[in-house]
Design a protein around this ligand. Structure first.
Ligand SMILES: [Cu+2]
Length: 129
């Protein structure tokens, strides 16, 4: 009987230390999440028939805001793998939140017909680990 009690006590202590370790392991991640509350803002300007900058690099799992604007007319901004599909109006800024979940090179295209060079209007998004 006494041994059983000892074992129970030991189990409780073991469980308590395991919880302590688990909390210690989770805590740094919680700090990281807080650091991401103010995601980086990247400004991208569209005009016939290009995006500027024409290439950006993002980090996998890191949220960013793409602040899109156009200096001439309405353009599209679309990438299926990055889960982005929006229009960039001519008269106001459009914010798009992106958290890339896969590393690699992705192409964003203008999917709103804007003239003769429309078919080549694209930019590259590189996502690194
Ligand atoms: Cu276009």
């Amino acid at each position: 009987m006494k041994t059983m009690f000892k074992n129970k006590l030991l189990n409780t202590i073991l469980l308590a230390s395991a919880c302590g370790i688990a909390i210690a392991a989770i805590a740094p991640k919680a700090n990281l999440a807080r650091a991401n509350d103010n995601p980086k803002v990247i400004e991208i300007t569209a005009k016939k028939f290009e995006f500027s900058p024409s290439q950006i690099t993002l980090k996998k799992g890191e949220p960013v805001i793409l602040r899109l604007s156009s200096s001439d007319r309405v353009h599209g901004f679309m990438s299926k793998p990055l889960k982005i599909d929006t229009d960039i109006p001519a008269d106001k800024t459009e914010d798009v939140s992106v958290t890339p979940d896969t590393a690699g090179d992705f192409t964003v295209i203008c999917d709103h017909y804007c003239g003769t060079g429309h078919g080549n209007m694209k930019m590259k998004v590189t996502v690194v680990e």
